[in-house]
Design a protein around this ligand. Sequence first.
Ligand SMILES: [Zn+2]
Length: 429
Amino acid sequence: MIWNKARECMSRDELMTLQGKRLVSLVKKVYYSVEYYRRKMQQEGIEPGDIRGIEDLNKLPFTTKEDLRQASPYDFLAVPQSEIVRYHSSGATTDTEIVVGCTRHDIEVWTECVARCIHMAGFSKNDTIQIVYNYGFLSEGLGIHRGAEKVGASVVHSPINNMENVIKIMKRLNVTGIICAHSNLLRIGRIVESMNEMKNLKLKAAICGAELCSERMRRDTKRMLNIETYDIYGLNELAGLGVACDCKYHKGLHIQEDYFIPEALYENTNTVAKDGESGELVFTTLQREGMPLLRYRTGNQAIITRDRCDCGRTSARLSLLGDKINDMFVIRGVSIFQFEIEDMFERLNDMNARYLMRIYAEANLDMIDVLIAIANFGGTLPAEEEFIRERVITEVRNTIGITPRVLFTDIEGVQETAIGDYTVVDERK
Ligand SMILES: [Zn+2]
């Protein structure tokens, strides 16, 4: 199913002409309205008139995450604040996150992109779609919601903090499509399997974004829910989820090229990688009004291919490399995901402690220590030490099948062993 045939199936020549036209007016716009770009272009001796089409793209300066982080949310706005109807952020509400301002038109473009993606995964007005994202400062939930409504589907939102409730709603409303993060889909799958609810569900497919999926996760989902999974890609800096999505042939994610020009650049040389070869993924936003970006370096490694897909779409396709959710550990032959360990600690966390799992090898045998940091730990332990120890041992044994050594310490003790905020340290690597 193709939502916008005129755009998604246009010939490559037509597409490049359209991109060129849009690029020329974008460059004029940012030169005269965004101080950062005017300065950068002047430093490199480029004037808006030097950009006459898509072939001049490589003359333009790059934009980096660091540039956006160091700027105030207003520095990159190409319109007056009065035109901004919504702000989103690339992360939690800390000072270092990138804040993106959207105009009404930006929201409409984003909605169109999401509608194309949802249709690509086979959903229409005959479907009931459940969105399992939080609708916060981050952009996933709201953008997806409007796109699903544009397609005409019946849309229901379920917050992610109660997966059993998600399944109840799914059952009650005969939900046929779910849109969520891959790790949450796996969580749902495991609960459905344990409740033996599969027979009562009408699910056909899932669209998963915000995380990349490993093949194992895709297989596990297929086994547990018997549904097909589609990947959706996007960055808050560009628009949110909806920049690209895969079709039923799963040969890379179709990029909405009338709105975003993709480039893959070879490391160090910054030259454009050949089709099918990997490079750093760079995007130029062609129709963003609020915060347009020239050659934004995403930091992701990807392969772009432009051969025609069997689905009939002519757009370039994206295969993202690295950083997949391969956070899987094999301990004495048992596979376990990082999030399963985090869930386990979550179940234990009624005494407000910090947990850390240390995996190491001793005489070629995998071993586990669980470090428990209790606030104000003064070397003596509460009377219930044995009770806590037994609970932790039971949880770990039930989850992984191995009896851990449990060590009580203070926060500093955990921080010395931990790497950042991670809850698992695998010292065998
Ligand atoms: Zn396709």
